[in-house]
Design a protein around this ligand. Structure first.
Ligand SMILES: Nc1ncnc2c1ncn2[C@@H]1O[C@H](COP(=O)(O)OP(=O)(O)OP(=O)(O)O)[C@@H](O)[C@H]1O
Ligand SMILES: [Mg+2]
Length: 255
């Protein structure tokens, strides 16, 4: 079953002061099945964040369609969208985006508070999430009292506590050292195995090598995609690096 369908998606940015326009996305088409772990790669400025923000309903497309779990989100109103976003999507960003005025537990529970969930039910959801993410010990501390890797785990907990249909992550390992990156990727692999569909933008071939499929954006389209198939992480990594070189060389196949 497809959880996400992106059809003929186009995004043109118009700058206010000049007549210049930037075509960030030209014609993006792809589908995501429930349970997939997808990495999106491409050079800086290729439109990865633009694509993620459109799927996240933070921004709206110039044309084309995004269908999430059967619902066409490109035609929804702002109000509908806000509710839909809260109920269906989880986000993890490079900079964690935790609130320093709340302790870690309240940061994690924030999406449930916004959804008017009862305290009892919040606690029921918190316990297994905290256990799975190995954050029970730091849950009563504040974000400024914990490490970057720990902050990112809190941010992941906040993103998945609502049991979202789709977890969206933009450079989730971008601000982490290699050990914390590895831990975060193990965590993503883990929650993916438990059924969470993930869409992750990354510059890192190491990070992408954990995914079940990698999409490469170039010239505003999905220029290339590779499937893991039976490859292990190392073989997948080699295939990704080879593809990156091929795309840098102009897109001709080097097989
Ligand atoms: N709000 C905006 N207004 C105008 N142009 C924009 C805006 N946001 C992005 N762009 C342009 O759209 C293109 C795609 O940007 P985007 O941020 O999606 O790239 P990216 O692939 O995420 O890059 P990076 O890897 O550096 O994060 C770039 O040329 C960028 O300058
Ligand atoms: Mg970006």
């Amino acid at each position: 079953m497809n959880i996400l369908e992106v059809k003929k998606l186009k995004k043109v940015y118009k700058t206010k002061l000049s007549s210049n326009t930037v075509e960030a996305l030209k014609d993006i088409n792809f589908e995501v099945e429930k349970g997939e772990f997808i990495a999106i790669m491409g050079e800086s400025g290729s439109g990865k964040s633009t694509l993620l923000n459109l799927i996240a309903t933070i921004d709206s497309p110039t044309s084309g369609e995004i269908i999430l779990d059967g619902k066409n989100i490109s035609t929804s109103s702002e109000g509908e969208m806000a509710i839909f976003r809260r109920e269906n999507l989880g986000f993890v960003y490079q900079e964690f985006n935790l609130l320093n005025s709340l302790n870690n537990k309240d940061n994690i529970l924030l999406p449930l508070v916004l959804a008017n969930e009862k305290p009892q039910s919040m606690q029921t959801k918190l316990n297994p999430t905290a256990k799975a993410l190995n954050i029970s010990e730091i849950i009563n501390k504040y974000p400024y009292e914990i490490s970057g890797g720990q902050k990112q785990r809190i941010a992941v907990a906040r993103a998945i506590i609502t049991n979202p249909k789709l977890l969206l992550a933009d450079e989730p390992t971008g601000a982490l050292d290699s050990n914390s990156s590895m831990e975060l990727l193990n965590l993503f692999e883990d929650i993916n195995k438990r059924g969470q569909t993930i869409l992750m933008v990354t510059h890192s071939a190491m990070a992408a090598s954990r995914a079940s499929r990698v999409l490469f954006i170039k010239d505003g389209i999905i220029y290339y995609d590779i499937y893991r198939g039976n490859l292990n992480n190392e073989e997948m990594y080699n295939k990704i690096v080879k593809t990156q070189m091929m795309l840098l060389a102009g897109g001709e196949s080097i097989e």
